[in-house]
Design a protein around this ligand. Structure first.
Ligand code: PLP
Length: 474
């Protein structure tokens, strides 16, 4: 029978407990700021700790172990882990477990900042690989196998590759050929599949873990009904050392992992398992109807999926045919109470639910209203075909060890051309650094920053006076 062992252990515990003389301090919800009681009370008894019967994430041998085993058998992999620090913690742990100081690692450059932080913590030497660009969307895609072969030729001592697949916009590249090339040359394949936790369902695109990846990280909280910070890590090969991985997971995650998050991870797997083929077909049909509805509207259209990529059905990227940015369009939806995942200079990205869309008639009315509003804007001029902002194959200007020894100073980005960034400059979302720590600041990256800022992008790593940290090198 389908069940959720960790959730059930928590229910049993809440039924048996009378007194809490342990952490957390809210004592099963008894002590709490009363103004927030109506919202928090129902879940506080589940926010508990490693008590008898509730197992221990860092040494599982009971309910958590069983929940993780159910997860691995659902995804059809060798071993699965719950993560309570998001894909961020998974990316850090898989990198720390796979590589050591000075290892040369190939890295798809349009990666999330957590990948770069992982590289720095591990002290490796990254070789960045520039992705392909989507002409219509203007966003980055996957890395071409040619680029990878060239990088292997230049850096035959490499130890592995880190890919980000699918992209934030849901474009999935088949990595089977890449994985074969990497494995044939003695490397391992790590995939940040943060946006593909629902790829465990057979009706969805196939997870990279079944297309040659050795280890994959998925943010369950992004597309499954899991609490924020809940994520999964799957291992499917003997190339990853289990001991090193569990050590790394302990290093990067709390010693008091949230039982609420872990229970939601257990329940998300149960949710997936409980979806019938009919349910899933209805969800997919709903996504198709949503797309056709948008395409039927004036002034809005869906960005096409580029040749060679598979689109995640839950991701919908739309563009206006008027001369406004995605940021302005996003704001128009927000004024109607519709909050979207992200905007960029051209697009607005929607993540559709893995279930029914609520208040559909009202939702469609919002789209009609936005479409009518768009009529008053001037038409978009010819879109410029984007060039990748990253060099085909590149390395950092300094090693991470050398960066540690240097002092830093603040510089106005417009004056920083030629300096080396001491902190990433990161549009958020999507969290892909425009300039990574250790990279030389170029006139192109400055131009792109100013362009995106002017369009309305939000940035991390640079302040409101456009000042960023650079290394103080004479
Ligand atoms: C590609 C990618 N990887 C990793 C992350 C980090 O995920 P989390 O928020 O689960 O830590 C994100 C977050 O947006 C992401 O887009």
């Amino acid at each position: 029978m389908k069940h959720a062992p960790l959730y059930e252990a928590l229910v049993k515990h809440t039924q048996n407990t009378k007194w809490s003389f342990h952490v957390p301090g809210h004592k099963n919800g008894l002590i709490f700021e009363k103004t927030a009681n109506p919202f928090f009370q129902p879940v506080l008894p589940f926010d508990t700790t490693e008590l008898r019967g509730l197992d221990d994430l860092h040494h599982p041998d009971g309910a958590i172990l069983e929940a993780q085993q159910l997860l691995s058998s659902f995804y059809g992999v060798k071993k699965s882990y719950f993560l309570v620090g998001g894909s961020t913690s998974g990316n850090l742990a898989m990198i720390l477990a796979s590589f050591t100081q000075d290892d040369v690692v190939l890295v798809q450059r349009n990666c999330h900042k957590s990948v770069l932080n992982g590289l720095e913590l591990a002290g490796v030497k990254p070789v960045f690989l520039s992705p392909e660009m989507d002409e219509e969307g203007g966003f980055t895609l996957g890395v071409h196998t040619h680029t990878i072969r060239k990088a292997i030729e230049n850096f035959p001592q490499f130890k592995g590759i880190i890919l980000t697949n699918p992209t934030y916009y849901g474009m999935q590249q088949d990595i089977i050929e890449i994985a074969d090339v990497i494995h044939a040359n003695g490397g391992i394949v790590l995939v940040d599949e943060a946006h593909g936790a629902h790829f465990g369902l057979k009706e969805m695109p196939e997870s990279a873990i079944h297309r040659g990846a050795d280890i994959v990280v998925q943010s369950a909280h992004k597309t499954l009904p899991a609490l924020t910070m809940g994520a999964y890590l799957h291992v499917n090969s003997d190339r990853i050392e289990e001991y090193r991985l569990s050590q790394a997971l302990q290093m990067v995650q709390s010693s008091s992992p949230s039982y609420l998050i872990m229970a939601s991870l257990d329940l998300s797997r149960l949710y997936l398992e409980s979806l019938s083929e009919k349910d899933i077909n209805e969800i997919i049909q709903q996504t198709e109807e949503f797309r056709s509805f948008i395409d039927s509207l004036q002034h809005l259209h869906i960005v096409k999926t580029p040749v060679g990529y598979v689109l995640d059905p839950l991701k919908v990227t739309i563009q206006p045919d008027k001369d406004i940015s995605g940021f302005v369009l996003q704001r128009m939806f927000e004024e109607e109470g519709l909050y979207t995942e992200l905007a960029d200079d051209r697009n607005v990205l929607f993540i559709l639910p893995l279930g029914r869309i609520n208040q559909l008639t009202e939702l469609k009315e919002v789209f009609h209203k936005v479409s009518r509003k768009l009529s008053s804007f001037t038409n978009k001029e010819e879109t410029i075909i984007p060039a990748s902002q990253f060099p085909k194959i590149s390395t950092l200007e300094l090693s991470y060890i050398d960066m540690k020894k240097l002092s830093v100073k603040q510089a106005l980005i417009e004056d920083a051309e030629g300096s080396i960034a001491a902190e990433g400059v990161i549009p958020y979302p999507p969290g892909i650094p425009l300039i990574a720590k250790g990279e030389k600041i170029t006139s192109e990256s400055i131009r792109l920053y100013l362009f995106l800022k002017e369009k309305g992008a939000r940035f991390q790593g640079i302040n409101e006076h456009k000042k960023m940290h650079v290394f103080d090198i004479e």
